[in-house]
Write a protein that binds this ligand. Structure first.
Ligand code: UT7
Length: 358
């Protein structure tokens, strides 16, 4: 008998119905489909309609993950999000309640685009320690609600969505076991990804900040460079911890921010780009939802197969990063609503990796 471990037993994802293509963005901003596709690999994104908050999309994904696991109760709900419905309280308790999960402990984790890996590590560790036997882990963000409507760069790359997994107690030797993690942060670079106003720092001064300070702001180039280095280093550490050589990593699901970042991560790790799972062309950068949504597409397209040794790696504001290694179980997963089935291989044509990332 091997050690107690968290085992992946359900998976689901959801994107809101409103599709925005690159051409539609170009009608209101100084950008082009060609610029967005060649610089990022993104073709379209989905955004929430007025009145739909993060809880709404998180619930849809959570419901699908519970169905996939054939389960109606869990002991724990963890929601990774940086766009909670309200600054206070956390969104997870409302999500748990509206999913009919009773009085299960529920809390949010805010680690921006690394949030899902942080939430997965937290939940899996609670299961491995014996504190709980089951968990629903959701990554959900409606980033369109915090983007500056005049910022062509961030409007081009972000989309809304939610992805979720169900974990259950099992053994490290089982298919689906979460085998190891790495997490890290560097707060000295917090200003690279930020919403400057609206928090306690600005509110303590009692003054209204300039309007643009209430929107998301990102230093794209520095973020790009950090993302490549941190995700590949973190994935390398997890591979070492779980005893995989690089060649034994069957698939890498890295945060879907930019296809050039994904290619650079593959290059750094020394794996062929065909081992990357890519769905940012269809859903863009969905922040905390990005990794579980790519998992959904990978399973639905057949690009991910049972027994695959899969490396998840995330990077985001904070700065924060993390990676997790698992073997894939056999899962019954519903395709994302409103999207044609992903093509296989789901990889946009190779794009040059900028010198900044080397
Ligand atoms: O999810 C959290 C982590 N986030 C990321 O990992 C994002 C990482 N960063 C990136 O993916 C890229 O840096 C971006 C896609 C955000 C930007 O691409 P880039 O190749 O780094 O472009 P840049 O910011 O260096 O800008 C190059 C030019 C600028 O014009 P000038 O100054 O050279 O005249 C920008 O104003 O491209 C311009 N530009 C655009 N042009 C047309 C920026 N956004 C756009 C746009 N359409 N949407």
């Amino acid at each position: 008998m091997t050690a107690r471990a968290a085992v992946l037993s359900g998976l689901g994802g959801w994107v809101p119905p409103r599709l925005v293509t690159n051409d539609q963005l170009a009608e209101e901003l100084d950008t082009t489909d060609e610029w967005i596709r060649t610089r990022t690999g993104i073709r379209q994104r989905f955004v929430v309609d007025a009145g739909m908050a993060t809880s709404g999309i998180a619930i849809e994904a959570g419901r699908r993950a519970l169905r996939s696991a054939d389960r109606s109760r869990v002991d724990l709900v963890v929601l990774a999000t940086s766009t909670p419905d309200h600054p206070c309280p956390a969104t997870a308790p409302e999500v748990a309640s509206r999913l009919g999960l009773g009085e299960a402990p529920a809390f949010d984790i805010a680690a921006v685009c690394s949030g899902f890996v942080y939430a997965l590590a937290t939940s899996a560790t609670m299961i491995a320690s014996g504190s709980v036997d089951t968990a629903l882990v959701i990554g959900a963000d409606s980033f369109s609600t915090i983007l500056n409507p005049r910022d062509r760069t961030t409007r081009a790359i972000f989309g809304d969505g939610a992805g979720a997994v169900v974990l259950r107690a099992g053994e490290a030797g089982e298919r689906g076991a979460i085998l190891g993690f790495d997490l890290g942060s560097d707060g000295s670079q917090a200003d690279l990804i930020t919403v400057p106003a609206g928090g306690s720092e600005q509110r303590s001064m009692g003054l209204l900040a300039p309007e643009d300070d209430y929107f998301f702001d990102m230093q794209g180039r520095s973020v790009f460079r950090n993302a490549v280095i941190r995700m590949s280093e973190s994935a390398g550490k997890v591979a070492e911890r779980v005893g995989w050589s690089v060649g034994e990593i069957d698939r890498v699901i890295a945060h879907q921010a930019n296809v050039r970042i994904l290619h650079a991560v593959a290059l750094e790790l020394g794996i062929p780009v065909e081992r990357l799972v890519v769905n940012l062309d269809r859903v863009a950068n969905t922040v905390a939802a990005s990794i579980p949504l790519a998992l959904v597409d990978g399973v639905v397209s057949g690009h991910l197969q049972p027994d695959d040794q899969v490396m998840l790696c995330g990077f985001g504001g904070g700065l924060t990063w993390g990676a997790a290694g698992l073997t894939l179980p056999s899962l019954s997963v519903e395709p994302l609503p409103g999207l044609p089935l992903p093509t296989r291989p789901p990889l946009p044509a190779a794009l040059p990796v900028p010198a900044a990332a080397r």
